[in-house]
Design a protein around this ligand. Structure first.
Ligand code: G6P
Length: 372
């Protein structure tokens, strides 16, 4: 088993390190030289794509967080309304589905029972089902109308890392593909985004090469009774994912919040020294959002929080209120989760390791949950 880990202490560390390759493989052959998205394997006709009037993204756990990110991207690029839902809730809610609904199901394993049952429900209602999956020939892609494989390679650690980043990238491809087929007039923006997608593996590589200070910080957080995570816009799902990773691996109480909701409750949790991890959006993207997050950092700091801020290179506005800054490369707003998630993974992994826990096989969890 040690050999399979390629010298890493944990499969999770190996899989975190494989992320540049994983997302390069997700993109392989799917971006043309002319800035187009090529998804020949997605067997949904152009007419069907044009008829779509609503998208549901349905998944569980970490894959649900990929879905939350997908919503921002797909709505922005296609102007089609997108709803994201936990698979375990979706089918009991009697969702409104018909043949012009596209249901995107996201599952690393392709075997999660809740997701499978949600998908079957969608098919019974005659919706089109597109699976984003990492496991060739598993049940979910076999039963779906179309499948986009993420090609991240086998994921062994229970907590998903490379599976997640490749799902996020696959969701971008789906969003851009829908926009392209529907002839949305974002030609310039889409071509620019395609170049930015190509740059992601190198950006991820860069983040990974700068994680030593994050590991050091993690060791200092290993005894925290609670850690809070804040984000806005696509930083919000990243905050949720950071909290989930910490719960899964380190058994530390953690919660992710939309930073704007702080004042409606969560701020009461903050006391002297409470660690708060904040995902700061790019100052170049949505300026107002950036300014609001900077105020949020200031607010929690004023109440005693120890602030850990994940911020883009060159974003100096966060410096006066950050106890620790974790830098990520400049990335367009919608693509930022691909880089901002990585410090979350490293933090959780290192905290769990410091606490002497089994990083790859956390208690009570399974890699694939095949019961409802
Ligand atoms: C389990 C795993 C999680 C995973 C979730 C969904 O709970 O422990 O890491 O995110 O299932 O799995 P899926 O294979 O459907 O993406």
């Amino acid at each position: 088993a040690a050999a399979e880990k390629d010298g890493y202490d944990w499969f999770m560390l190996k899989e975190i390190a494989e992320q540049p390759h994983a997302i390069a493989d997700t993109l392989l052959g799917r971006l043309s030289d002319h800035g187009a998205i090529v998804l020949d394997e997605v067997r949904i006709s152009d007419q069907e794509v044009r008829d779509i009037d609503k998208v549901f993204v349905v998944s569980c756990g970490t894959s649900y967080h990929a879905g939350l990110i997908a919503k921002y991207a797909i709505e922005h690029w296609t102007r089609i309304p997108v709803e994201v839902e936990l698979a375990s809730e979706f089918r009991y809610r009697d969702p409104v589905l018909d043949r012009s609904t596209l249901v995107v199901v996201i599952s690393q394993s392709g075997e999660t029972m809740d997701t499978l049952m949600a998908m079957r429900h969608a098919k019974e209602q005659r919706a089109r089902v597109l699976a984003i999956c990492n496991t060739n020939g598993s049940t979910i892609p076999r039963e779906s109308d179309a499948v986009l494989y993420t090609r991240a390679g086998p994921e062994v650690a229970v907590a998903s890392t490379k599976g997640f980043l490749s799902q996020v990238v696959a969701c971008y491809l789906v969003g851009l593909f829908l926009a392209q087929v529907r002839g949305i007039k974002y030609a310039d923006e889409v071509a620019a985004i395609v170049d930015e997608l190509r740059a992601l593996p190198a950006a991820v590589e860069k983040v990974l090469s700068e994680m030593e200070p994050v590991r050091e910080l993690a060791r200092s957080l290993a005894d925290s009774p609670t850690i809070l995570f804040l984000g806005r816009h696509v930083g919000y799902p990243v905050a949720l994912e950071g909290a989930l990773k910490l719960k899964e691996l380190a058994y530390i109480h953690a919660e992710g919040f939309a930073a704007g909701e702080l004042k409606h409750g969560p701020i009461a949790l903050i006391g002297e020294g409470t660690p708060v991890v904040v995902v700061a959006p790019s100052p170049r993207g949505r300026e107002s959002v950036h300014g609001k997050v900077v105020s949020n950092i200031q607010e929690v700091r004023a109440r005693g929080a120890r602030t850990i801020v994940i911020a883009e290179e060159g974003d100096d506005d966060v410096l006066p209120y950050a106890d620790h800054v974790i830098r990520v490369p400049r990335t367009p707003t919608l693509l930022a989760p691909v880089v901002t998630t990585i410090p979350m993974q490293v933090l959780a992994c290192e905290i769990a390791d410091t606490r002497g826990l089994d990083v790859d096989q956390p208690r009570n969890l399974a890699k694939s949950v095949t019961v409802e």
